[in-house]
Structure formats: C-alpha cells, structure tokens
Design a protein around this ligand. Structure first.
Ligand code: NAD
Length: 244
C-alpha cells in the first residue's frame, strides 16, 4: 500500500485513533497539529513504530494560508493525498442568551470554515488524480441539535450540507465525500462533563455506553477503503443507537 492520508487535529482523541488505525492498514500519515506538545511527539512515535512514514505539519485549520501550507508540505513529501480526514474541531458551549459573538464565530471558523479551507486546498490534487476520499467528522448534534451548542451544532450541520453538495460536484471524478456523525465518544472533548452527567447520558444510549475513538476510526477506515467505493454523500451515525 502506498496510500497517503492527511488528518487534521490528529495528535489526540479521535484524530489520533484514525491515524493509528490507518497506519496499521499501511497508509503513510500526514498529521496536522496546531501546537507542539507531548501529545504530538508521542503520537508521531506511535505511528512510526507501526512501520509507516509520518509527516507532522503545523497549522491552524481556520487560517486559509496555513491550510495551503499544510497541503503543500504533504504533497512535497508524499506527492499525493488519497484521503483527507477533516477531524479538527472544538466546542465553546453556552446558551445562546449568554453566548458571545466571538464564541459563535470561532467555533464556526474552526469546524466549518476549517473543513472548507482544507478541502479547497486538497481538492485540486484529487481532481487531477481523478481519485480521492474526503471524510468529514460531523456530530449527531448537527442532526438533532443540542441546548447549549447552537454554535457547535450549526457548524456540524453545515459540514453535512457541505459534504452532500461536494459529493455531487466531484462524483464524476471518482472522488467520494462522506461524513460520520459520532455520538458521545470518550475523549478530552467529553472529559469536561461530570461523571454523573456521563452516566446519565450512557443510560439514554441503546448500547448503554459511550463510544471509543476506535468505534469512529473503524468506520473512517471503511470509508477510506475500496469496500465503500459505491458510497458517497452519506452521513453515518456512530452513536450506539442514540439517534434513530
Ligand atoms: P479533541 O479535543 O481531543 O480533539 C480535537 C483536535 O482538534 C485536537 O487535537 C485539537 O488540537 C485540534 N484542533 C482544534 N482546533 C484546531 C485548529 N484550529 N487547527 C488545527 N487543529 C485544531 O476532541 P475529539 O473528541 O477527538 O474530536 C475530534 C472530532 O470529533 C471533532 O471534530 C469533534 O467535533 C468530533 N466529535 C467528537 C465527539 C465526542 O464525543 N468526542 C462527538 C462528535 C463529534
């Protein structure tokens, strides 16, 4: 396998697990990070110990020029990008009554505009290659909504519209664009919730547990693989049956 995947925000949580899972499949990994820290060093070492190449590229996905540079560095190193995973994301939860305009804009800028910035810079390479997979990490709250998350839900719903529209634009060039919508997954993002809250949430999930990053990474692996070559413009919920 000489395939290359570029994953944003991949030093921890779901992004890291996607990197490890695809590395085990033999993909070379371009790993985007925003700030240099221990997580980055550890993740890069873990990926390399699997026996594939790992390029780490610094950049903030909400900044178009930095995304241009992330993609350029990846192409300079590997010559192509077979799969783009738009994983970088953030929350800034607050009821709308008290939400500051900056907090609304920042979440949209990172989650939704970031997905545009990265995809826009990658798509020309995929169009030339007449091949590619784009996998966007949305969320179940982009479908259902969630009190306290107007900014986050709007960004994740926007990603779904973006995914379907782009899937229609590029299908004729053999580029498949899909999204996954995770429910409650155990990562830093959900660690902020109190233990009692997590237990209450787990009770409402038909499978009675929170998800693991592996639960998401395995579906991303499928969407990147030849096994999903007739699937595009879809949103796959990974939520233990929370939303039906
Ligand atoms: P996380 O906070 O551990 O990971 C998010 C990653 O994105 C971090 O590495 C962070 O540094 C990076 N990031 C944030 N802003 C960035 C920016 N501007 N530029 C580059 N990188 C940036 O959380 P996670 O749970 O692993 O989240 C991964 C994705 O999954 C996110 O898009 C999140 O919205 C989505 N998601 C998570 C859950 C969940 O329950 N954990 C549920 C649904 C969707």
């Amino acid at each position: 396998m000489d395939k290359v995947v570029l994953i944003t925000g991949a030093t921890r949580g779901i992004g890291k697990q996607i990197a490890l899972t695809l590395a085990k499949e033999g993909y070379n990994i371009a790993l985007n990070f925003r700030t240099e820290n221990e997580d980055l060093t550890k993740t890069k070492e873990e990926i390399e110990s699997i026996g594939v190449q790992c390029l780490s590229v610094k950049g903030d996905v909400s900044n178009f020029e930095e995304c241009e540079n992330i993609v350029k560095q990846t192409i300079d190193k590997f010559g192509k990008i077979d799969v783009l995973v738009n994983n970088a994301g953030m929350t800034k939860d607050m009821l709308l009554m008290r939400m500051k305009k900056e907090d609304f804009e920042q979440v949209i800028d990172v989650n939704l505009v970031g997905t545009f910035n990265m995809t826009k810079n990658v798509i020309s390479h995929m169009l030339k290659a007449r091949n590619g997979r784009i996998i966007n990490i949305s969320s179940v709250v982009g479908i259902s909504g969630n009190a306290g998350q107007t900014n986050y839900s709007a960004s994740k719903a926007g990603i779904i519209g973006f995914t379907k529209s782009l899937a229609k634009e590029v299908a004729s060039r053999n580029i498949l664009v899909n999204a996954v919508a995770p429910g409650f997954i155990q990562t830093n993002m959900t660690d902020v919730l109190k233990e009692e809250v997590k237990e209450e949430i787990a009770k409402t999930i038909p499978l009675k547990r929170m998800g693991k990053p592996e639960d998401v990474a395995n579906v991303v692996k499928f969407l990147a693989s030849e096994d999903s070559s007739y699937i595009t413009g879809q949103v796959i919920n990974i939520d233990g049956g929370m939303l039906m």
